[in-house]
Design a binder for this molecule. Structure first.
Ligand code: ADP
Ligand code: MG
Length: 352
């Protein structure tokens, strides 16, 4: 069911250090106070009271600087490491309560994982790498071949089936990693900085590929990155982490328009306003405007308005879904809006 919650994590804590569970025996402290206490005693609280929901078919991005706890959180979600406290619910079932055997089954059949360093087996060919998890799933050789051929096609590696990882470029190796993780047809797809080791141009291509694949497959995804622009491109919603805590959760636009604090604003301030601002935010009411101006929707991005404005220098009428006139975008109103935003620092605009 689209929109329903696939994966939910609540009050999740992961603390590195000897026997950290004792901190939770009598825990009535505020999370930040408890974390400070832990640090004072030499512990590393890497995930502090982390909570978020991932909806069916959603790409949920966790963004944060190196060391902010992103990998720790995603490893707790698949229970590759054990959190000290909190809940992880998959389809409403508590993953932390599952036996080791159940967990192996869940990981094998329901989860796909992609890592930054590709994690390919060097002595196996492309098709053997991709078939590997299918063998673990117990598929027949014929079914393995069919499934592998399908995902090889999906990631654009046809013709490279019999190459070894060392014969492939970084981008191609990560395509194998992606194909292998998708071969098991996971319900949940975890990607931990999958493109961070790649050159910028290749990274951009891989992001496009990822978006294309996700449009087809509509997986429920947790995607980790330290790159805010990457997060903006691919996220339906994102969480920003800092020092083990989730600082803000929202759609890219919500974060950019209303950064919760200066830390978030450091990231969002990098984003050109032209990519964010929408027509209704750049329009002014003009009573004696020429009749018959081209009409645009209030939520059209400024970026897309430029060519339209070039074609209609007298302006563009912003018209609501009910046909109501909301204002006109002109070259002057556009420049004035940009000037206001640049002068005021990060864009802060109320929604609605
Ligand atoms: P990110 O993925 O955002 O770079 P990590 O989750 O890898 O961050 O790390 C978060 C914090 O936890 C860092 O301070 C890191 O040094 C620490 N950490 C990660 N793994 C371990 C570990 N196995 N033992 C001790 N500390 C760790
Ligand atoms: Mg990491």
């Amino acid at each position: 069911m689209p929109g329903s919650v696939k994966l939910s994590c609540r009050n999740l804590w992961k603390v590195y250090g000897p026997d950290p569970s004792r901190f939770f025996a009598r825990n009535s402290m505020a999370p930040e106070v408890l974390a400070t206490e832990m640090r004072a005693q030499g512990y590393i609280p890497a995930a502090i009271d982390v909570g978020f929901d991932v909806h069916v078919g959603e790409t949920f991005v966790i963004m944060g600087l190196s060391g902010s706890g992103k990998s720790t959180v995603v490893r707790c979600l698949s229970r590759l490491i054990e959190p000290e406290h909190g809940q992880v619910l998959l389809d409403g079932q508590d993953l932390l309560a599952k036996s080791d055997r159940d967990l192996i089954e869940i990981r094998r059949h329901k989860m796909g994982m992609v890592f930054q360093n590709f994690g390919l087996l060097p002595h196996l060919t492309v098709i053997e790498n991709i078939s590997f998890p299918l063998r673990l799933q117990g598929l027949t050789p014929a079914a393995q071949r069919d499934r592998a051929a399908h995902v090889i096609d999906l990631v654009g590696l046809k013709g490279r089936e019999n190459s070894y990882p060392r014969q492939l470029s970084g981008g191609q190796q990560q395509r194998v990693g992606i194909a292998r993780s998708l071969a098991v047809e996971p319900e949940l797809w975890f990607l931990d900085e999958p493109f961070s080791a790649l050159d910028p141009l290749i990274r951009r291509q891989m992001q496009d590929e990822f978006l294309r694949i996700q449009r087809v497959l509509k997986k429920s995804i947790v995607f980790i990155t330290h790159d805010f622009m990457e997060a903006l491109r691919i996220a339906d919603r994102m969480a920003i982490m800092r020092d083990g805590r989730v600082v803000q959760i929202g759609t890219p636009e919500e974060l950019i328009l209303n950064p919760a604090d200066d830390y978030i604003a450091q990231f969002t301030g990098e984003v050109p306003p032209i990519k964010i601002l929408r027509a209704h935010q750049c329009a002014v009411a003009i009573a004696n405007r020429p009749v018959g101006l081209p009409q645009i929707a209030p939520d059209e991005r400024m970026e897309g308005l430029l060519p339209k404005l070039a074609a209609s220098p007298a302006g563009l009428d912003v018209v609501g879904p009910d046909g109501a006139y909301l204002g006109t975008v002109t070259a002057t109103s556009l420049v004035e809006t940009l000037g206001r935003v640049e002068g005021a620092g990060p864009v802060r605009v109320a929604h609605g």
